[in-house]
Ligand binder design. Sequence first.
Ligand code: NAD
Length: 454
Amino acid sequence: MADPATALVIATVANGTVEDAQDAVAAAAAALPMWAATAPRVRSEILRRAFELMIQHGDDLAALIVAENGKSFADARSEVTYAAEFFRWYAEEAVRALGSVQVAPSGANSILVQHQPVGVCVLVTPWNFPAAMATRKIGPALAAGCTVVLKPASETPLTALVMAQILTEAGVPDGVVNVLPSKRSGAVVRTMLADDRVRKLSFTGSTDVGRVLLAEAAKSVVNCSMELGGNAPFIVFADADLDDAVSGAMVAKMRNGGEACTAANRFYVEEPVADEFGRRLAEAMVALRVGPGADHANQMGPLVNESSRDKVASLVSDSVAAGATLVTGGVVPTGPGWFYPPTVLTNVPEGAPVLREEIFGPVAPIVTFRDEEAAIAQANDTEYGLVAYVYTRDLARGIRVAAALEVGMVGLNRGVVSDPAAPFGGQKQSGVGREGGHEGLLDYMETKYISLQW
Ligand code: NAD
């Protein structure tokens, strides 16, 4: 494993085998009856302790995330808080797995609805939020009474291994949480999905890998939650407060240096304010201090690895070749690490790859639009449907546009939507299911209905 800021190896980690995967499933299956029968209050208090331990070790965890992922220290610090909040939220939800009782319409019987843990879960997470993507799955799974095997991304296994230590210290019994670092992702995940004892897959990652895993899971009809890629539109109407829109754009685009599924990928700006918005966004981008996250004053770090950096660079050069105007950035710096500068493109031609693919880097392509109808049509013209951002002072229009956008989440005059208390997830090819909120708990539970005669 290398530090993205220096390209130097910082650690070596065990490379889990298919046999290790089988052992991990066996451990999770053995622990399941005990954990499912553990009182919700006890599960809740263990999660609460895990939240407190994460907060207590916040600086160390953030330094570890910086070292293996490359993001700025400030981004890593806020990821730790966000990640810990999933443990706090699901500590609170663990005791609220409410069911219902109703009289059947015929009056002859009652309908009793209960929720039970789905069973052993396989959790597969990406490298861009090594702590938060793990806690967003482990929190609700443990609250529901499930046991888990977590396979972290091979770029970022260290945070996951430390999270396992924190959970053990918080009182999670052996076998309930198993972490399986491996570079043999395909083989170990396929093995686990083929095991009858595994009843759930929760995956966060790219849409391409998500499609492969949905097909694998279909073979034994494993329950799936999929948090996949995004291509978020950021729509600015001419009546928007431009100061707010620019600061929201900086958060939506530059949180994690653009390496977020929720990152604003395409900026659609109404014609009368497009030049002004582009100018102000470029000013804010140029002002960012770029450098290794180990220096806490830096606001943006490198990309995670060389291939990510090369992909971003070629999306920009292809756009410029197709006629886009480079306002700032666009030049790969010399020196160690996988840095790419904050970049703004205008006059981006419709259909350019930078508007269709997930950029996953600090690049803001700006396109203008004529009217509300055109903005909605352009925003919806994608296979993705994770999140959209809308800036307008006209709240009626904001709600109308939010309803028309084919996405799971909308930031209305907000550049960030992620919140452990809210249902996070996408429509279309951005995913299936929701994480966070009460919905996130139900994703780890089976609904059982009992037709009851007193
Ligand atoms: P990725 O799909 O390459 O990898 C995700 C995980 O899947 C990693 O653990 C990886 O090792 C594993 N994996 C890769 N190939 C596999 C295979 N054939 N079988 C089983 N597992 C396999 O994604 P990434 O590059 O780590 O992360 C970036 C992607 O994640 C982006 O597309 C981003 O949008 C998405 N993402 C989505 C969300 C969301 O909540 N919707 C959140 C964060 C990231």
